[in-house]
Ligand binder design. Structure first.
Ligand SMILES: C[S@@+](CC[C@H](N)C(=O)[O-])C[C@H]1O[C@@H](n2cnc3c(N)ncnc32)[C@H](O)[C@@H]1O
Length: 266
């Protein structure tokens, strides 16, 4: 069949069906992007994608390269409707997409902290790439919380497989449960969020973090990538020393917030 030219005859209703399917598909993509990136992020992504159509692919290429180098599996996108979680758990939750290593390094570099004192925790950790990347820093402990049993299993396998001569933290684990049910550790924290869920669940998680900071005042940072619900953080007045940036090549926006336990909600 190679090199053969096929000419299909399409009737007007046929063309209209395809057209409306495409429009519906585009609508779905835009809704997903708004949920994932927010309005500003979506506009920025569209501009980046027009200028450089390989933006989307570059994240997947970066993850594939990482997988090849370390013999792990972090690549791929999984829509929430294809996830092995109950229908009620799907509402308000995002699907899977891993953080490209370059973005992670750039964002974590913003934090000038003594890593040894901090526990790193990724709520909605997927296949666990952030856990592997964080283990290159001397964190006290590293925890990923993921509610998809399949992704949690892959993350556990990735942790087993990951071998790096420069790995600084060996205390890393993936926990298979809902992020909101996970008890917030009392240590100083770096909380990592790659847009795991929308406002309802985000509000609950922030309330948990806030309560924990009030009960046990300590340093808590929230690193929020593709921060579609960032307005919630300012509503809670958690943001003490914020930092906003974007990782251009991957069209990922991020914000870094510091939770102030003695300030609380106003
Ligand atoms: C965009 S992915 C980010 C994955 C990972 N944090 C990273 O940066 O590579 C969001 C993840 O959050 C998970 N997730 C969504 N809602 C969750 C919930 N309520 N509890 C735990 N995990 C959740 C999804 O299954 C998905 O793996």
């Amino acid at each position: 069949m190679e090199g053969q030219l096929h000419i299909y005859r399409l009737s007007l209703p046929h063309v209209m069906t395809i057209g409306s399917r495409k429009v519906r598909g585009l609508g779905r993509k835009i809704r997903r992007s708004l949920h994932g990136r927010g309005v500003v992020g979506t506009l920025k992504f569209c501009v980046e994608a027009l200028v450089n159509p390989s933006v989307r692919e570059s994240a997947e290429v970066a993850l594939s390269e990482f997988d090849r180098q370390f013999g792990v599996d972090t690549v791929g996108r999984i829509h929430i409707k294809d996830m092995d979680v109950s229908a009620s758990d799907r509402a308000d939750c995002a699907g899977y997409q891993g953080t490209p290593p370059q973005v992670f390094h750039e964002v974590l570099n913003v934090l000038k902290i003594k890593h040894e004192d901090f526990v790193f925790i990724d709520f909605g950790s997927g296949k666990g790439i952030t856990l592997l990347l964080a283990s290159e820093l001397p964190f006290k402990r590293i925890i990923g919380v993921e509610f998809s049993p399949r992704l949690h299993q892959i993350a556990e396998e990735n942790i087993r497989r990951y071998k790096s001569a420069t790995q600084k933290c060996k205390q890393l684990m993936s926990v298979g449960m809902d992020a909101l049910a996970f008890p917030i550790p009392r240590d100083p924290l770096v909380v990592y969020l790659f847009n795991p869920f929308s406002d309802k669940l985000m509000s609950k998680l922030l309330a948990n973090i806030e309560q924990s900071s009030l009960d046990h005042p300590r340093e808590v940072f929230i690193v929020y990538c593709n921060p579609s619900e960032s307005r919630l953080l300012t509503k809670y007045r958690l943001c003490k020393a914020g930092f906003a940036g974007s990782s251009g090549g991957f069209a990922v926006e991020y914000g870094v917030y510091q939770v102030s336990g003695d300030q609380g909600r106003v």
